[in-house]
Design a binder for this molecule. Structure first.
Ligand code: AR6
Length: 173
């Protein structure tokens, strides 16, 4: 636990007892591997049904934005599906899009009057965003968004791999 409302944990985000967990989704919202696969697997078909509904009405979720669904069978009642950028070398607006994915998630949680939120390390798996670069973007974006979301009491960064856990511990201690 550190100052403000930020904490870092090592483990599986699907087990978090918070108001919403964030998914590292893709624009199509139809599931995938990584944490997306784990969330749909643990949360059951209600999450996918809600994602299909959003696809039908909005056509999906653009990169850098987020949408909210039920948490299905998860301990968390809601899942916020945030779409981070695919790393393409760093000159394709990746930094701003990653920051936007975090900020949009915090804003959406605030709109829904949620108080506790847990993030995975968006884009640092299958999407290939360099971990060391992503950690600062994530922390700064969440801090910036929290300044406009006073109802949010705690944000957890749930790191699955050792390298991300080490980086977040270093930055937040
Ligand atoms: N809990 C917490 N973090 C996890 C878990 C888990 N259960 N499983 C993996 N991670 P990734 P991306 C971490 O690949 O890079 C999907 O197919 C993992 O160690 O899940 O944003 C989507 O559908 C890594 O640090 O997401 C998209 O198509 C972090 O989660 C695409 O992958 C993100 O890795 C998104 O790629």
């Amino acid at each position: 636990m550190t100052g403000e409302h930020l904490q870092v944990l090592h483990g599986d985000i699907t087990r978090m007892e918070v108001d919403a967990i964030v998914n590292a989704a893709n624009s199509g919202l139809l599931g995938g591997g990584g944490v997306d696969g784990a969330i749909h697997g643990a949360g059951g078909p209600a999450i996918m049904a809600a994602c299909r509904g959003i696809r039908e009405t909005k056509g999906g979720c653009p990169t850098g934005q987020a949408v909210i669904t039920t948490g299905g069978l998860l301990p968390a009642p809601y899942v916020i599906h945030a779409v981070g950028p695919v790393w393409e070398g760093g000159n394709h607006n990746e930094d701003a899009l990653l920051a936007s994915a975090y900020e949009a998630s915090v804003a959406l949680a605030a709109q829904h009057k949620l108080r506790t939120l847990a993030f995975p390390n968006i884009s640092t798996g299958i999407y290939g965003f360099p971990r060391e670069r992503a950690v600062d973007i994530a922390i700064n974006a969440v801090r910036k968004a929290l300044a406009k979301a006073p109802g949010i009491e705690q944000v957890s960064f749930v790191c699955f791999d050792d390298e991300n856990y080490r980086l977040y511990r270093q930055r937040l201690s």
